[in-house]
Design a protein around this ligand. Structure first.
Ligand code: BG6
Length: 483
């Protein structure tokens, strides 16, 4: 499989928070990979910005170490590594003060795309956006990239949108949800809208329900302080799972362009019915003999009621989906790291064969990670004599096998950074989309915060709380096994 790499225009990428974890693990390695494959032009530049005083040479050493640790291709590619480091410089800037801004401005070229990537605490987004304007750096060729969390509720998200829009037009604002950069997530759109096979079946007449699972085996180690203020609802459901739901449920856009796609996603979020308390399960992991740490140990709060797991039933109130629930499930410290969307079809209206014990029916499973691919569960005759007995088999396709070598699989961040430079907002959240998602999630969080209920405890390394299983059992359905 030959990948087509189209170089982007020259750019200056300014990374605020350049010495932070995300920059070290994802942003800079992602850029380096694009450099190695020839997509990043030789005259593009990476300008690291942070509060720490250091020379560009020291920053380059720091980048070299980060790349050797986190960039797959760096250890074998010393020559490329040196060439990449040549385009890296550093400026010490006080985001909330006046130090360093003039030096930063002097480094930027007027005729190149400039992207400001804010990999910093959200409290600094406004300060930085205001100063970029004040120092004349917010030009028509500028883009600003912001990481999640984008607010913690509707009010804070609106305030953040206002601050950004004071200085940048909506077309210049790139709100990252890295799930949209994942290969299989985009494949979901290709599967739905580049094939004629699925669309006639993609509705409540044929689909019984949809299960969206994002399961993680890691806990909140090292991030307890942030996470305890957030919980799975804000950290995962409001953004990543919501995006997966939108892409599964949305109407075909008229075109593959940013606004056509995002308009359809906003329509899905606006059609979500308010979630009922009995349709939501919150869990928190406890220690087991094999997994010594509980959520509360990491959160450093022995009484924390923050959820590390959510399962819920969601109804999309529109013609296509009326009567077909979407079940969402996400949690930390579960049995495996495994994310998938399972579209479970209805049974045939009239069965002429003997009943098959344990039959689960047709399903299309889109695996996001690991082993990205697609599985179709179908019913066949069990081979051999003895009458006609049914069996279920799967037709499996992994992208790695189907495309020799898996194609040029990129990390989500690689793709998203290049999209910023190209000026393509399709895989970024629009302001109204983020606000609509908070608008739906806020009452759920408010009800939770007002109640005295504890999250249900589940064993670290298990499949989540018992009530999450019941959520489907009570309706004669069952979750797919995690992993
Ligand atoms: C992040 C969340 O946005 O996504 C983390 O803040 C979570 O809590 C992570 O672990 C999951 O991303 P991925 O790509 O590993 O599935």
């Amino acid at each position: 499989m030959v990948s087509r790499v189209i170089p982007v225009a020259p750019f200056d990428l300014v990374v605020f928070g350049a010495t932070g974890d995300l920059a070290r693990r994802k942003i800079i390695p992602g850029l380096f990979h694009r450099f190695v494959v020839g997509q990043m032009p030789k005259d593009a530049r990476l300008i690291g910005v942070a509060r720490r005083e250091m020379q560009s040479s020291e920053f380059r050493d720091f980048i070299r170490d980060s790349l050797l640790e986190f960039a797959l291709r760096a250890p074998d590619d010393k020559e490329q590594l040196d060439a990449f480091l040549d385009v890296v410089t550093y400026v010490c800037v006080d985001a909330a003060g006046d130090t360093g801004w003039t030096e930063l401005q002097a480094k930027l070229r007027d005729d190149a795309v400039r992207a400001f990537y804010l990999s910093v605490a959200p409290a600094l987004f406004g300060e930085i956006a205001d100063r970029l304007s004040a120092y004349g750096m917010a030009t028509p060729l500028s883009r600003i990239v912001v990481e999640k969390p984008f607010g913690k509720d509707l009010e804070t998200a609106q305030a953040l949108n206002q601050t950004l829009r004071r200085n940048f037009a909506e077309e210049q604002i790139y709100r990252i949800d890295h799930y949209l950069g994942k290969e299989t997530v985009q494949n979901l759109m290709a599967l739905r809208f580049a094939n004629s096979l699925w669309e006639p079946l993609w509705n409540a007449t044929h689909i019984d329900h949809v299960q969206i699972t994002v399961s993680e085996s890691l806990g909140v180690e090292g991030r307890g302080e942030y996470y305890d203020q957030s919980g799975a609802m804000r950290d995962m459901v409001q953004n990543h799972l919501m995006q997966l739901l939108c892409l599964t449920a949305m109407e075909p856009p008229s075109d593959y362009n940013p606004d056509a796609v995002r308009n359809e996603k906003v329509k899905v979020i606006s059609a979500l019915k308010p979630a009922l308390p009995e349709d939501i399960v919150r869990g928190q992991y406890r220690e087991t003999p094999g997994n010594k740490d509980s959520y509360r140990d990491h959160a450093k709060d022995p009484h924390s009621r923050t959820e590390s797991f959510v399962a819920m039933k969601v109804n999309v109130g529109n013609w296509r989906w009326s009567g077909t629930p979407f079940y969402l499930r996400t949690g930390k410290k579960l049995r495996a790291r495994s994310s998938e969307i399972a579209v479970v079809f209805r049974d045939p209206p009239h069965m002429i064969f003997p009943k098959m014990e344990g039959r689960r029916g047709n399903a299309l499973i889109i695996r996001l990670q690991p082993d990205e691919g697609i599985t179709l569960r179908t019913t066949i005759k069990e081979p051999g004599p003895g009458g006609l007995r049914l069996a279920e088999v799967t037709l499996d396709m992994t992208f790695a096998d189907a495309l020799a070598g898996g194609g040029d699989t990129q990390d989500a961040y690689e793709r998203l950074i290049m999209d910023v430079i190209r000026g393509d907002q399709t895989l970024f959240m629009r302001g109204d989309e983020v606000e609509a998602a908070w608008n739906w999630v806020d009452p759920i969080n408010a009800a939770w915060e007002a109640s005295s209920r504890e999250p249900e405890k589940y064993d670290a390394g298990g499949s989540g709380p018992e009530d999450a299983l019941m959520l489907l059992h009570r309706e004669g359905r069952r979750w797919r096994e995690i992993g």
